[in-house]
Design a protein. Structure first.
Length: 478
């Protein structure tokens, strides 16, 4: 075979990735369960580069140069297993199967182990940036063995996006499921970012009394500063859009029930297992869930709330500045939490993930791309063992400078009855980390009272139990 890479699964993502490889000078074997899609790809885009169409699995495998690099871009879950089962028997030792779908990292770990035992490299790759990214340059998060990256890395580097400093947005994340894990957390952070932006919008609308068009302008201004990011940019676009049929702001004609495909939920489920407090991501997932409970919301509409107090123009402008501070501070917290989860996953599974390099490959190509990520990269590059993003001097200073406004915004939201689960959870996390003492000491006392769960003391080593039902003397714990 002559093809340097093969792509099977030619729906939007696979087709665009195949075109991206071909446009960058690679010979690409293409295959799809339904062969009509393979033919359509070659007919429509055949002049963009060198494609080798294959109708059968055998033909596809034969088209690949060795060691073979075969990328699967089919529906995640059972279809991915079916396709692996179909191709694995046709492959030889040293060949590489790449799964670019949105697989759960635990599935990737299982598949990698099974295929490793058969001498085949299995590389789970997180691909972010949607169909546009796939075609013009995604952010790519490959897991798998270092050996497989030697053969695959140079090809992925050709199709990845370019960060502002020219670096390609791809790096070997770590063994087995590390790439899909990091992609999962990326999506969780995306949920949190979107929720925080939504809260900022809600406050500007309900408290400051701004119109969607005015808020679009506000976001455009913010996008020239430290909040410069793809999500802020598209938010301004969406808010400025007018519905053609009604002439109303587009955002006012859309049903206010947010849907989800599940990667945010995965992030929170895994965070619970790892014991990592990703409260910002969790609140974002729950906020979508609340929005979707139409009957519950309908039944609750009559509950009493505060009387809104309209702001005058000067107060509204001042409030908008405060919201920018709250948004930025909360964003720092959600990235702090997301990177904590990546570090915890890396420790749990022995991946040795380089957090600076993760931030670096999120700078372009993906949905959460933002100027801010370059500073996160710098923070982790300067200190690999940085305990938390909040321990970085610059971020600590910035959040410190924002805190008064951040508190004012959360307080105003509470007084005016505007839900801000993201801003509030972020602020509580910040204050919990800062606290000299937490009421967890009381929690321990309660646990010892009803369940003899024991506690540790501040002044002596060991574990202790108080005889709550007896004379309340203290004994040594189990
Ligand atoms: P879909 O998830 O809609 O999957 C459709 C493709 O899967 C088709 O090529 C289809 O073949 C194939 N397929 C489904 N079941 C089987 C099966 N049992 N055996 C063989 N082939 C099968 O395609 P997308 O392009 O949207 O996404 C591909 C992957 O990329 C998914 O895992 C998705 O989660 C992930 N992804 C998607 C992003 C996006 O923005 N859409 C972004 C990042 C990742 P056929 O034509 O024969 O039906």
């Amino acid at each position: 075979g002559t093809a340097q890479i093969g792509v099977t699964g030619l729906a939007v993502m696979g087709r665009n990735l195949a075109r991206n490889f071909a446009r960058n000078g690679l010979t690409v074997a293409v295959h799809n369960r339904t062969a009509a899609k393979t033919r359509a790809l070659v007919e429509e885009f055949g002049d963009e580069g060198t494609f080798v169409p294959a109708e059968s699995a055998e033909e596809f495998v034969a088209a690949l140069e060795r060691p073979r690099r075969l990328m699967i871009m089919v529906k995640a879950g059972d279809p991915t297993d079916a396709v692996i089962q179909e191709f694995a028997p046709l492959l030889e030792e040293g060949d590489v199967i790449i799964d670019g779908g949105n697989a759960h990292f635990a599935d990737t770990r299982r598949r990698e182990k099974e295929l490793r035992e058969r001498g085949i490299h299995f590389v789970g790759v997180g691909v972010s940036g949607g169909e546009e990214g796939a075609l013009h340059g995604p952010s790519i998060m490959p897991g798998g063995s270092p050996k497989s990256y030697e053969s695959l890395g140079p090809l992925l580097e050709r199709i990845a996006a370019k960060a502002p400093d020219g670096a390609r947005t791809v790096a070997h994340i770590g063994p087995d499921g590390a790439g899909h894990f990091v992609k999962m957390v990326h999506n969780g952070i995306e949920y949190a970012d979107m929720q925080l932006i939504a809260e900022a919008y809600h406050l500007l609308r309900s408290v400051a009394g701004y119109s969607p068009a005015q808020i679009a302008e506000t976001f455009r201004t913010w996008n020239t500063g430290r909040l410069d990011s793809y999500l802020i940019e598209i938010t301004a676009e969406v808010l400025a859009h007018t519905d053609e049929a009604t002439g109303k702001p587009f955002v006012d004609v859309v049903v206010d029930q947010a849907e989800q495909k599940g990667t945010g939920r995965w992030t929170v489920q895994i965070a619970l297992d790892l014991g990592v407090p990703v409260s910002g991501i969790a609140e974002a997932v729950f906020a979508r869930a609340v929005s979707g409970h139409a009957a519950l919301r309908e039944a609750s509409r009559g509950l009493p709330g505060p009387t809104a107090r309209p702001l005058d123009a000067a107060e509204a402008a001042r409030f908008a500045d405060q919201v920018e501070q709250a948004l930025y501070a909360s964003k720092i917290v959600s990235y702090t939490q997301g990177f904590h989860q990546i570090r915890a996953g890396s420790d749990e599974y022995g991946w040795d993930v380089d957090l600076g390099s993760v931030a670096a490959i999120w700078r372009a190509g993906c949905i959460i791309r933002a100027a801010f990520l370059d500073r996160i990269r710098a923070a982790f590059d300067a200190r690999h063992d940085l305990p938390s993003l909040l321990s970085d001097k610059q971020f600590a200073e910035e959040i410190g400078a924002a805190q008064d406004d951040w508190r004012a915004v959360v307080a105003t939201a509470a007084v005016q009855g505007v839900p801000t689960p993201g801003f509030s959870a972020a602020l509580s996390y910040y204050d919990a980390l800062r606290a000299e003492r937490l009421p967890a000491a009381l929690t321990q006392g309660q646990r010892d009272f009803f369940g003899a769960h024991t506690y540790r003391r501040t002044d002596r080593e060991g574990s202790f139990h108080t005889l709550w039902g007896g004379d309340r003397s203290e004994v040594s714990g189990a």
